[in-house]
Design a protein around this ligand. Structure first.
Ligand SMILES: [Zn+2]
Length: 110
């Protein structure tokens, strides 16, 4: 059973790896930049005051900050946390992302 769990986990990790590579490719092709951010606590952190408290999620859809009182849609709060994390890490992440290296324009020899 433990071996099966390990196999399932590696299959799942491989699938996420392919999705990440595909997103990076498509984003770069469209002129954008894919920024990876850690998902930890993005759904439990208040985007206004930064307080992390799992009690701030009274149900799946609602975020109600136990510190500052901000309330709203939980997905909206999480997406604002993800956006802030991405923006704060852009300087570091841009240079390390695949597909963001400078390229010669077509027809020009390197
Ligand atoms: Zn708050």
């Amino acid at each position: 059973m433990r071996q099966k769990a390990g196999l399932n986990r590696s299959i799942l990790n491989a699938a996420w790896g392919r999705i990440g590579a595909y997103l990076a490719y498509k984003t770069a092709r469209a002129g954008g930049v894919l920024v990876r951010v850690p998902a930890s606590y993005t759904s439990q952190r208040c985007h206004v005051c930064g307080c992390v408290d799992r009690v701030s999620r009274p149900d799946q859809a609602t975020f109600l900050c136990t510190s500052c009182g901000w309330s709203g849609n939980a997905d909206t709060n999480a997406s604002l946390n993800i956006r802030a994390a991405g923006l704060s890490s852009m300087d570091v992440e841009i240079s390390g992302l695949p597909g963001t290296a400078k390229r010669q324009p077509p027809g020009k020899a390197a």
